[in-house]
Design a protein around this ligand. Structure first.
Ligand SMILES: [Zn+2]
Ligand SMILES: [Zn+2]
Length: 314
């Protein structure tokens, strides 16, 4: 059980493989792009209107900083470290990653890890909390599935049982404490940008605009990037590696997701510290883990080996 939950035997322990062989229809593919692009274009279009009175360089700088900080807390911390054990970390690093991940407002750490381990244990099958294929493969089913995988599943009040999926996390008092402090970290991540924006511009208006861009927009933007891994990266993209689900590599999201969009490799080899393993596949999270390793902050990093990759390649 534990092995499956941690994903380490995902590849070797092949069960029956429901491979959905049908190619994706044109309309679902177009729909997927539109869902993502139109709201995003609207957001970008708002920028020139706001520039100079409701948006300035301080807001941009704060938004970029908090985006990067909380995104890496989620990808390196919540995902690669806590969920999959891609490396070992010293206590201070462990606590720091748990806090920065919590500040992305994707739920308390125990929920996040339990949900994500369940996703890997049942990927694109019954029991997966967020498979876009949950309702079938017709265009209508896929539109419904896209919504469900992207954000609909979050509103389900049934919570994944952390005692079953994350007993190792529950056993750690630091983690239990940070999990309970989720409300406090929510306040910190929402209030730190306006405090800094107010101080840097020495104005109340600077606090207001920083709150809008570096708190609200930044949190929402990272939500959508993260959720896109669950929705887009199980529908659209390439599948060069052997995973027993529908996970894909989707290059347009590689930078914004800090490497998480190389999702096909991730499902093929869940404990790997690097997801972007092919030539030119930028993986910022893997680079941070590499840096931490150089500083001696983390150890036993599971870097991919050529032999392992050869075994995983289709
Ligand atoms: Zn996935
Ligand atoms: Zn994962």
């Amino acid at each position: 059980m534990t092995a499956t939950v941690e994903g380490s035997t995902q590849v070797d322990q092949d069960g029956p493989k429901p491979m959905f062989g049908e190619p994706r229809g044109l309309w679902p593919q177009i729909g997927t792009y539109l869902f993502i692009l139109i709201p995003f274009v609207a957001l970008i279009a708002a920028v020139p209107f706001a520039w100079g009175w409701g948006l300035g360089w301080v807001d941009v700088g704060l938004a970029a900083f908090f985006y990067t900080f909380t995104c890496l807390g989620t990808t390196v911390g919540f995902h690669r470290y806590f969920t999959h054990g891609a490396f070992k970390a010293k206590r201070a690093v462990r606590v720091g990653l748990a806090i920065s991940g919590s500040m992305s407002l994707q739920g308390p750490i125990l929920h996040w890890v339990a949900d994500h381990r369940r996703h890997h244990a049942f990927a694109d099958r019954d029991g997966d909390p967020h498979s876009p294929w949950a309702f079938g493969t017709s265009p209508a089913a896929l539109v419904k599935g896209f919504w469900h995988a992207h954000m609909g599943w979050i509103f389900d009040r049934k919570l994944t049982n952390a005692e079953r999926f994350a007993p190792d996390m529950l056993a750690d008092p630091d983690i239990r404490r940070i999990d309970k402090q989720f409300g406090m970290w929510t306040a910190v991540t929402m209030l730190a940008p306006p405090v800094l924006g107010g101080l840097l511009t020495w104005s109340w208006w600077g606090a207001v605009t920083a709150f809008f861009w570096a708190s609200l927009v930044r949190v929402s933007f990272l939500h959508h990037v993260t959720w896109s891994t669950n929705s887009i990266c199980h529908i659209v993209g390439n599948r060069p590696f052997k995973s027993r689900d529908k996970a894909t590599n989707f290059w347009p999201l590689a930078i914004l997701s800090m490497g998480e969009a190389w999702h096909n490799l991730h499902h093929a080899d869940p404990t790997s510290a690097r997801h972007g393993v092919q030539r030119g596949q930028i993986d910022i999270s893997a680079r941070l883990i590499w840096l931490f390793e150089k500083f001696g902050w983390v150890s036993e990093v599971r870097w991919p080996t050529p032999q392992r990759l050869a075994k995983l390649t289709k």
